[in-house]
Ligand binder design. Structure first.
Ligand code: ADP
Length: 602
């Protein structure tokens, strides 16, 4: 059945609108007498039309339209004129009112903002919510694993805090400041909290970056506030994280330093000097950039103890995993030793994160125990965002291992060199690859006198990494990894020639000491105080010293290729070789040929 036309069906509740008639149509309709009345709105230049059949329409008209007026008059169509000036007046009033309101609102917001800033500026020193005693659950030494050396050294601080009389009775001064140096996440904060926990004293902690704010003087005032609160609670521990944020060398850089930071650092130094010896407040600070710290921070009576917190080695990682596994249900099949060897380069924080991720995955899978599958997935997730990759890449790892073994082996073989402390494949704070660390010679440190033999030995040791690469991989496979070593070599050689008279140029100082108070000094220095010809001879001497050192290192390493291979295997297996063990391994190897020689002689 066909539906009836819709227009016919629609009830006519409202007067129907005619399709817009044209102006001429309007005049025609007027003349025909089909229009009931008209209403003219002059301001809108429009006329509303009501037809006799009840329909309505709007038609635009001319300004001051005389034709329309006359036609309406002639045909006696009533025409009213609407006064819409009142409408527009109301509209503009509303618009203006809104504008004023908006302006007022904006002004109010601005005033409120500046009042907040002013409040902050005036009340900065007083109410710093961050300078507060840390009341989280106490941490103990047993919660810190894998960094035994640092822990042992800090155990003494606990005794200082617990029974200071033992030290004061014999006139010993308790240290005021201990600097913890190491890469992020190795447990420096954890150690500091463990000291407070073990000694049962309050713990105040703050990141140095929080001292420095927009306003000059805020940092200094916060430092004062921190020390005031801490002194009231002595004995206690103050921990300042990332101390390099305020403790950088003052006056460094061209164009002056950052005033606010310097003021903060000065205040920190003043406070450290200000509290009496044995007041019971011990300041611990952490950094991974000890090289940029202001020398004034390290003076006696300030941070005169420095403890290195390295990345954990394989055994250390196993211990840390065990600590974090205490509170988590592990499946019996999980072998933590395996997981320790699968996570080279991981810090304590990374390991804690690994177990936590695995626990989250276990919960998501609705399992009861953390199993190897969960750990594997967690490891994959974590390593995507980690820079520990070079350690897992075995070719690169082997190259780094040979480089470091080169340094370590030459250190051990050179009689005038410092003693080897340890060699490791774990990256140093802020660096890549491993490092071979020596213990500074106490005698040299005390006397401040350096012999020519000592400097030559340093050159040989510094170039031993490059030498090892040369011996093992050949001249075209050497890497830029030795750039840092070469830099050091360049500086030592130059000083030997131009300042100490350790070359064939004779006992003449061509340059005087440049205490690097600010880095722009080299720029501003005038002409070199020697002739161009002498300059060339200096360069030649520098090169000769460096090449002789490299030859010496190659001569030491080349005949010991087998020993190097063995040591590299041990290093890759264990990641770290302590100095004593290294010397024993070298000694055992060197004794072999001697024994053979002795046997032949006999
Ligand atoms: P840092 O201060 O060196 O950056 P943190 O002390 O803040 O590192 O370490 C962060 C977290 O990582 C700690 O709360 C802890 O859970 C874990 N962690 C780090 N190092 C260790 C460690 N040696 N033993 C146990 N847990 C550690």
């Amino acid at each position: 059945m066909a539906s009836p036309p819709r227009t016919a069906e629609r009830p006519s509740l409202w007067p129907q609108r005619k399709p817009q008639p044209s102006y001429s149509q309007l005049l025609k309709d007027l003349r025909r007498g089909s229009i009931e009345d008209l209403e003219l709105s002059p301001a809108r230049r429009e006329v509303s039309v009501r037809y006799k059949d009840g329909q309505r329409a709007q038609v635009s008209v001319f300004n001051n339209d005389q034709v329309l007026l006359r036609t309406a008059q002639q045909h006696r169509v009533p025409l009213t004129v609407r006064d819409d000036s009142r409408d527009s007046a109301t509209a503009s009033l509303v618009a203006n009112g809104l504008l004023v309101l908006l302006l007022l609102l904006g002004l109010g917001l601005l005033l409120k903002r500046s009042a907040q800033v002013a409040n902050k500026a005036l009340g900065f020193g007083r109410s710093q919510p961050r300078v507060q005693e840390d009341t989280a659950a106490p941490v103990h030494f047993e919660d810190v694993a894998g960094i035994a050396e640092a822990k042992d050294e800090l155990a003494e601080v606990v005794t200082f805090l617990k029974s200071p009389e033992r030290y004061t009775a014999v006139g010993a001064k308790i240290p005021k400041g201990v600097l913890l140096v190491g890469p992020p996440g190795t447990g420096k904060t954890l150690l500091a909290r463990a000291i407070a926990g073990e000694a049962g004293v309050p713990f105040f902690s703050m990141a140095a970056s929080e001292f420095v704010e927009l306003f000059v003087g805020v940092g200094a005032s916060r430092v004062r506030d921190l020390f005031r609160k801490a002194k009231a609670k002595a004995p206690c521990i103050i921990f300042i994280d990332e101390i390099d944020a305020v403790g950088r060398q003052r006056g460094a850089g061209i164009g002056g330093g950052n005033d606010e930071r310097e003021q903060t650092l000065n205040q920190l130094l003043t406070e450290m000097d200000g509290f009496e010896d044995n007041s019971g407040v011990i300041l611990l600070a952490a950094t991974n950039r000890p090289d940029v710290l202001d020398a004034a921070l390290m003076r006696p009576g300030r941070f005169d103890r420095r403890i290195t917190v390295d990345l954990p080695d394989r055994r250390g990682r196993e211990e840390i995993l065990a600590v974090h596994a205490r509170t988590r249900p592990l499946a019996p099949s999980v072998n933590l030793a395996d997981w320790a060897s699968r996570t080279p380069g991981f810090s304590g924080a990374d390991l804690a994160n690994l177990l936590n991720e695995a626990a989250i995955l276990t919960a998501r899978r609705q399992h009861q125990q953390i199993d190897d599958a969960a750990l594997t997935d967690a490891l994959e997730r974590i390593t995507m965002g980690l820079s520990a990759a070079p350690l897992q890449d075995s070719a690169k790892k082997r190259l780094i291992a040979y480089h470091e073994i080169g340094h370590a082996l030459v250190t051990t073989l050179e009689p005038a060199a410092d003693q080897l402390d340890k060699v490791t494949l774990l990256p140093r704070a802020g660096g890549v690859g491993g490092f071979a660390r020596t213990l500074p010679d106490e005698e040299v440190l005390d006397s401040g006198l350096i012999t020519r033999a000592f400097l030559k030995a340093r050159l040989v040791v510094a170039l031993a990494g490059r030498a090892a690469e040369l011996v093992v991989f050949g001249p075209s496979e050497v890497t830029q990894g030795a750039a840092g070593d070469l830099d050091l070599v360049g500086r030592i050689c130059r000083e030997m020639v131009t300042r100490y008279g350790f070359s064939s140029l004779g006992p003449v100082a061509f340059e005087s000491e440049t205490g690097e108070v600010f880095l722009g000094r080299d720029w501003l220095r005038g002409e070199a105080p020697y002739s161009e010809q002498t300059g060339r001879r200096i360069d030649a001497q520098v090169r000769q010293l460096a090449s002789a050192a490299l030859d010496q290192a190659v001569a030491l390493l080349e005949p010991r290729r087998v020993l190097m291979d063995q040591l590299v295997e041990v290093l890759i297996q264990d990641e770290t070789i302590e100095g004593d063990r290294f010397r024993a391994l070298v000694e055992a190897h060197e004794a072999g040929p001697r024994r053979q020689l002795a046997a032949v002689g006999a």
